[in-house]
Write a protein that binds this ligand. Structure first.
Ligand SMILES: [Zn+2]
Length: 486
């Protein structure tokens, strides 16, 4: 007997941005079978009401499952496959491998530098090996993998302080080609990080050409989000344009007090570039960023909160300024002593965040760091926060557009096949939420807190969250690029 669920009387927010309408949604197997009014009176042949799990969704929104387009969940989907921080927000798909950092294709015992963002699990020489591990782990959410440029450098080069030699670049292209053939959805870069900074634009362009041949996408944490951000944007867009790939600018921001307000320059540039190439961006709805501890990001002006520290775990969750005062040193010096570690940097201005979040090209990505002891609250709250703060409270956009930025737009830009919309015959990734109640609860002080108002979440037709609680389902899949062999 086919598994079937009928969601009745809900407000269908279909992911396209079009106005919501009151409809029923019938789910059979892993697909949305029908969308329309009065579906209980027109069931498909062979299906009776007695076979169906009927849910009254009066007062609730029925949306496509949210797509977290910017994650570092590569290892956590294997190690903690319940993925509750994401599933509980209504997220049904995570795009992994962002910022140049992916666990595949790489094998190493003790990862260094920026790779520590991904935890300590690098055991997958190919996407096929990663796919096998995913099939065994049975994660609760879908996984769409990008291949990291930094990871390719680690895999093919010894010394990362210089550009790749022609032979090394050839090896990187070959490895990337293999990963794309096995279904990776594209490549990411993190030119901001030390291991990738020495790579010239041409190295990235050559790799992006491989991605283009397979119909993938290119996402980049650009070389700069500070003083030289416009140069970095030109570099990224030229690489993508020359290679012929769609460009996604990762977690777009203007960081540092000296650059506050400059989204008034960057967004018009993105619009201008869009006249010649496919370009979009992701954004998280907070004024603090988060990454590894780096003294060059400590300016003694902005607030910095320690999210983990290997030598001083007891400093987790504390402000760097207070640690520095206690130690009688500068914040930079305190940062150096606390390394290796991570931090939240309060480096953005709210006006810039609002401008980027409300821009028609922006999608929502959490950029959550699942391995941090005291993580940035975006890990548990990014998606409900966009609805609660920027739609309901501030009315920066309609609910339909907020959902579009988390679903339809994201699936289109990342080329995820038949996902991101409530549409007959498409995959049944569905999130049912209470539009009046949905809100993030996680804060900087208390980051491990479940959001409210997410009632039901279906992943490939299987109920993963019911009345806000995990069902312990494990219906996620590896989403290979459409057309790749599987
Ligand atoms: Zn990044």
């Amino acid at each position: 007997m086919t598994r079937a669920t009928l969601l009745e009387n809900g407000l269908v927010v279909d992911g396209t941005g079009d106005p919501a309408t009151e409809q029923d949604v019938l789910i059979t197997g892993d697909r949305i079978a029908a969308v329309g009014p009065g579906l209980r009176h027109q069931l498909p042949a062979g299906l009776t009401l007695a076979d169906i799990d009927v849910r009254d969704c009066a007062g609730l929104a029925i949306a496509p499952g949210f797509i977290d387009v910017h994650t570092h969940d590569d290892a956590i989907v294997l190690n903690a496959p319940g993925m509750f921080p994401k599933l509980s927000q209504g997220v049904t798909t995570v795009v992994t491998g962002n910022c140049g950092l992916s666990v595949a294709p790489f094998v190493v015992d003790e990862p260094q530098g920026a790779l520590t963002l991904l935890g300590n699990s690098f055991k997958y020489p190919t996407i096929d090996a990663y796919a096998k591990a995913l099939a065994e782990a049975e994660p609760a959410v879908n996984v769409a993998p990008l291949i990291g440029h930094t990871t390719l450098r680690y895999a093919c080069m010894g010394d990362l302080t210089r550009p790749a030699s022609p032979a090394e670049l050839e090896a990187m292209c070959k490895l990337l080609d293999e990963c794309m053939a096995q279904g990776a959805i594209g490549m990411s870069s993190g030119l901001f990080y030390a291991e990738a900074m020495p790579a010239p634009a041409d190295e990235v362009t050559q790799l992006a050409r491989v991605v283009a041949r397979h119909g993938g996408v290119y996402a980049t944490h650009m070389r700069s989000e500070m003083a030289t951000i416009l140069e970095a944007m030109h570099e990224a867009s030229d690489c993508a344009f020359d290679a012929g790939v769609p460009l996604i600018i990762s977690h777009h921001k203007c960081a540092g007090p000296a650059n506050w307000g400059r989204t008034a320059e960057t967004l018009p540039l993105i619009e201008k570039l869009a006249e010649r190439q496919a370009i979009s961006m992701d954004v998280y709805p907070y004024v603090a960023g988060s990454t590894v501890l780096r003294e060059d990001l400590v300016d003694e002006i902005i607030d910095v909160m320690v999210s983990w520290s290997a030598p001083f775990p007891e400093m987790t969750g504390r402000m760097l300024a207070s640690i520095a005062a206690e130690w009688g040193v500068t914040q930079k010096e305190a940062c150096i002593r606390l390394k290796p570690g991570g931090a939240c940097y309060f480096q953005m201005h709210e006006d810039d965040v609002r401008r980027v979040v409300s821009h028609p090209f922006s999608m929502i990505g959490s950029d959550g760091l699942p391995h941090d002891r005291h993580p940035h609250p975006r890990l548990w709250g990014a998606f409900p926060r966009v609805l609660a703060r920027y739609w309901r409270e501030q009315q920066l956009f309609t609910m339909e557009l907020a959902v579009h930025k988390m679903t339809g737009l994201s699936a289109r830009n990342f080329r995820l096949h038949q996902r991101g919309q409530i549409r007959a015959n498409w995959f049944a990734d569905v999130t049912v939420f209470d539009p009046l109640r949905i809100r993030d609860v996680a804060t900087y002080e208390n980051p491990l807190a479940q959001s409210e108002g997410v009632e039901m979440v279906f992943v490939n037709g299987v109920l993963g969250i019911d009345s806000g609680r995990a069902t312990r389902s494990h219906a996620g899949r590896l989403l290979r690029r459409q057309g790749a062999r599987s």
